[in-house]
Design a protein around this ligand. Structure first.
Ligand code: BV8
Ligand code: ZN
Length: 247
């Protein structure tokens, strides 16, 4: 095992997997889950963001997502997002960004190699037929449940809810990058995440299983901080722009 590097060195022998959470969008003005104490209008987010919640009260769930669509529409990427765009430009295909955020801010900042592992706020699909998910910024009036114009069923945001499987193609893409045998050394950096939601919280262990180097950049300690070789405490919008040595 090579000596632990004190600085995040991104050179020609390195491939980098980045995982982001709500903390990376906080400085753009997007509320975090912990910041809301996991609650929305006194509903546990896990209750609203679940198939059961949608079955029980689809109008409530659409009010939750319409509000977030309205909120996410007029926020801008911050220097934390921009730093990741620069790292990707430097590393090319030796870079992959998987995000738990559904706000689309990484893509708006210019990130290309992005896995929306929990879906995207600005995409909609049908809960009752297999039509293709489609881009959708609609903010629906409170109390309404939009209908599918091909089967008449209920539309829903194209988001991975609690209790729902992540897309196998997304898990494969992450797994392929972790187990890649191309002579490069694997570095993993998680930023702005509390490490409370799985399977995202387990990626650090998958990386350690292949002897990768692991970094956490977070405002406060996370549920899995001790799993990381390096913990840099701070605001991602201030830490990420200066953390990496692009060699
Ligand atoms: C599944 C979309 C398989 C919705 C989301 C193993 C153990 C225990 C439980 C489970 C397990 N495996 C599965 C589970 C169940 C569950 C789970 O993990 N539950 C938790 C609550 C215990 N997982 C699932 O259900 C997953 N599916 O496992 O399917 C399956 C299915 C059926 C049957 C068998 C198996 C699906 C999980 C995805 C759910 N969807 N999002 C929506 O957004 O509306 S999760 C959602 O919550 C986010 O995407 C994100 O993942 C999570 C919030 O976490 P963070 O992003 O980390 O945000 P948080 O606010 O918590 O923390 C922010 C951090 O940033 C803080 O630490 C703060 O200090 C820091 N910070 C703040 N500001 C800054 C900052 N840091 C730096 N700079 C700043 N400026
Ligand atoms: Zn339909």
């Amino acid at each position: 095992m090579e000596p632990l590097a004190e600085q995040l060195v991104l050179d020609s022998r390195t491939r980098l997997l980045v995982l982001t959470g709500a903390g990376v969008s906080a400085e753009s003005g997007v509320p975090t889950f912990r910041g809301m104490n996991g609650l929305w209008e006194n509903h546990p987010v896990e209750a609203v963001a679940s198939p059961e919640g949608f079955q029980a009260d689809p109008a409530l769930v659409w009010r939750f997502y319409s509000q977030r669509r309205a909120g996410a529409a007029d926020v801008k990427p911050n220097p934390g997002h921009d730093a990741l765009v620069r790292w990707e430009a430097h590393l090319g295909d030796r870079f992959l960004l998987t995000t738990q955020n559904v706000d689309g801010l990484h893509a708006r900042a210019g990130s290309q190699r992005v896995v929306d592992m929990h879906g995207n706020l600005f995409r909609t699909k049908c809960a009752d037929c297999q039509r293709e998910p489609f881009a959708d910024t609609s903010v629906h009036p409170s109390g309404t449940v939009p209908k599918c114009d091909s089967c008449g069923g209920r539309l829903r945001p194209d988001i991975v809810w609690f209790g729902e499987m992540l897309a196998p193609s997304d898990l494969e893409r992450i797994g392929e990058f972790i187990s890649r045998k191309d002579g490069t050394r694997l570095v993993f950096l998680a930023a702005g995440t509390s490490g409370a939601v799985w399977p995202a919280a387990g990626i650090v262990d998958e990386v350690r299983a292949v002897r990768g180097e692991t970094w956490l950049v977070n405002y406060e300690s996370a549920a899995n901080t001790e799993r990381f070789h390096h913990f840099v405490q701070g605001l991602s919008g201030q830490v990420l722009p200066t953390l990496a040595k692009l060699a």
